[in-house]
Design a protein around this ligand. Structure first.
Ligand code: NDP
Ligand code: X2W
Length: 344
């Protein structure tokens, strides 16, 4: 299998390269750049010294000759223009941006403040939440890799939502992320002096992941109401913690949350459910494709607290993209991803 990465000089792209350049079914991993073509990859990323790979310019005809599967690890708007050019070509596309995730063009325009991709492409794209949409991913040509916060949040909510176990208007999500979520380019919000010893809330009620999360939740239970979702930037490089609160319905009969979640994720190698009383920390999934989930029920308030952690660049981006690639191409789901987190 020959694969290509557009956006390979970014954080998501370089993680895909690290995973796929050692993947046992990948013969060649070709990297493309809109700004650095001709340069040796290791000039941008010295940790890849010895890879001896040159960045190529982005030419759609050339890409079709070069690769079977193309990863787009590019900012919003790029896939909107690039992906339609592959509709009539043999290349499969896995897009890490938000461009193909929302089925409604109108919703995309509202939240991303830019034009959506063509409607036929949005219809065709499969939302690549591997643990839930496994069967559709197997036959997908275009895969919309989920956002980092939606991955942690939706995996945390899926079992209780599908069981219609909580009051549909009770969802509150309080999420935190490390700065690599904002990409490699320097910005005022993420530079050291701004974020060191600091904690900031951002995009309050305006985050582009709100409609993405609601889209899946309402597919699973059409009565789910709009969610309250807050994101915070914290002074660490990688990691997301999504702490989710829902109020159980009076009639819900759940003997054991842990058993319920374990049963739902029985065939999911990357979701680990913690024993009751133990809560996952971001460091416990650092550098891995795991999503770890901790659960608590408070019988004073009737609320469940769900704590879901991932590494935003792996399960939240490149790792899930490779997991999608494995499922899409008939390889064992864990190929190239089967390692414990880096600790400490
Ligand atoms: N960082 C994260 O944790 C996550 C990121 N994502 C999404 O993945 C995508 C990539 O994110 P990330 O790697 O962090 O971002 P970065 O900013 O680190 O990298 C994006 C790369 O895209 C390329 N690029 C920029 N403009 C264009 C253009 N006009 N045409 C083609 N390529 C372009 C650039 O590479 P070059 O100049 O070499 O072409 C750049 O290095 C984004 O859509 C992001 O929202 C999703 C989940 C998590
Ligand atoms: C720290 C930080 O800024 N994180 C980004 C993560 C977005 C992302 O990567 O997802 P999309 O592909 O949906 O844009 C944010 O919260 O917008």
């Amino acid at each position: 299998m020959r694969v290509g990465i557009v956006g390979s000089t970014g954080y998501g792209g370089v993680e895909i390269y690290r995973l796929l350049s050692k993947h046992k079914y990948v013969e060649e991993c070709i990297i493309y750049s809109s700004s650095e073509s001709g340069k040796l990859y290791e000039e941008s990323y010295p940790h890849l010294t010895g890879s001896h790979t040159h960045l190529k310019s982005i030419d759609v005809d050339q890409i079709e000759n070069d690769v079977d599967v193309l990863f787009l690890a590019t900012p919003p708007g790029v896939s909107t223009k690039l992906s339609p050019q592959f509709i009539e070509r043999s290349v499969k596309v896995i897009d890490l941006s938000g461009d193909l995730r929302l089925k409604s063009s109108h919703t995309y325009k509202n939240w991303y403040k830019r034009e959506a991709a063509p409607a036929d492409l949005l219809n065709e794209a499969v939302y690549g939440l591997c643990e839930v949409n496994h069967d559709q991913i197997q036959s997908a040509k275009f895969i919309a890799n989920p956002g980092c916060f939606p991955t942690a949040t939706l995996l945390g909510l899926a079992p209780l939502t599908k069981a219609k176990a909580y009051k549909e208007d009770s969802i509150i999500v309080d999420a935190k992320t490390g700065v690599s979520g904002a990409g490699r380019k320097a910005s005022l919000a993420t530079h050291f002096g701004e974020i060191n010893e600091n904690l900031k809330i951002y995009k309050v009620n305006e985050h582009q992941h709100i409609p993405e999360i609601e889209q899946s939740l309402t597919e699973w239970n059409q009565d789910v109401a709009p969610i309250t979702f807050s994101t915070h930037l914290i002074p660490m490089t990688r990691g997301i913690m999504s702490t989710i609160y829902v109020t159980l319905k009076k009639e819900s009969q759940i003997n054991s949350l842990k058993e319920m979640y374990e049963a739902y994720y029985e065939k999911s190698p990357f979701v680990r459910i913690r024993p009751i009383g133990s809560y996952p920390a971001t460091k416990e999934v650092f550098g891995s494709n795991y999503c770890d989930i901790g659960l608590a029920y408070d019988d004073r308030t009737g609320r469940v607290t769900i704590v879901s952690v991932i590494d935003n660049l792996l399960k939240g981006a490149a790792g899930q993209a490779v997991q999608n690639f494995n499922i899409q191409n008939g390889y064992e789901e864990i190929t190239g991803l089967d390692s414990y987190p880096v600790y400490p």
